[in-house]
Design a protein around this ligand. Structure first.
Ligand code: AP5
Ligand code: MG
Length: 191
């Protein structure tokens, strides 16, 4: 069993590399962004609240996200026995602490944090390009810049948090998708 956090700024390739990790390690994938977008599509109460934040490029409040993650983990007890890729979670220190608690209750832990490191201008380019087709209301240049600002303010402190635990694996997120995956695999094979 291996639990991996895939970490990085908006557009750094978390979803793309998660797909490769799922295929290779047969892990269960939880993207809090995907779960929230599903709630938005279904028009749930959570979806309606989340939309207000997501469309502004802001984080959804910790209490809502922590409850949501606990619910997804509970609903998928059988699917998570090989381990989980946490994509886009945690994004704040309280979220990381909550995750630690939830995993400890299950007798497990975060084993590695794969940090995709990509320059800001490339992030914007990728998000704007995807926005031409994605239909994501937050995939435009202004919101992308806001999301990146929020990343530096609220999420990037997690890098030091996991470095202190010796779990942070820095990955150069520039290059081909397969080339980046090879770097990730190499790092994970050495933990
Ligand atoms: P979320 O859905 O997590 O979005 P994000 O972090 O902003 O990042 P993206 O999903 O846009 O990018 P990604 O890193 O997955 O990259 P991808 O592989 O898609 O969150 C959305 C919102 O939900 C947040 O802003 C927040 O409001 C809320 N939220 C979610 N989780 C939360 C939490 N825990 N707490 C609070 N709020 C939360 O790649 C991007 C593009 O680049 C794609 O088009 C891809 O094809 C392309 N690409 C990928 N790799 C490469 C490459 N090597 N070269 C060129 N292009 C590439
Ligand atoms: Mg994503």
């Amino acid at each position: 069993m291996i639990n991996i956090v895939i970490f990085g700024a908006p557009g750094s390739g978390k979803g793309t590399q998660s797909d490769k990790l799922i295929e290779h390690y047969h892990l269960f994938h939880i993207s809090t962004g995907d779960v929230l977008r599903d709630h938005m599509r279904r028009g749930t109460e959570l979806g309606m609240v989340a939309k207000e934040y997501i469309d502004q490029g802001q984080l959804v409040p910790d209490d809502l996200i922590i409850d949501l993650l606990a619910q997804v983990l509970d609903e998928n007890k059988e699917n998570t026995t090989q381990g989980v890729i946490f994509d886009g979670y945690p994004r704040t220190i309280p979220q990381a602490e909550a995750l630690e608690g939830m995993l400890a209750e299950r007798g497990t832990q975060v084993d590695a944090v794969v940090g995709l490191e990509v320059p800001d201008e490339e992030l914007i380019k990728r998000i704007v390009l995807r926005g031409e087709q994605s239909g994501r209301a937050d995939d435009n240049e202004d919101t992308a810049r806001k999301r990146i600002e929020v990343y530096y303010e609220q999420t990037s402190p997690l890098k030091a948090y996991y470095q202190e635990q010796g779990k942070y694996l820095a990955i150069n997120g520039m290059g081909t998708i397969d080339g980046i995956f090879e770097l990730i695999q190499h790092e994970l094979d050495n933990i």
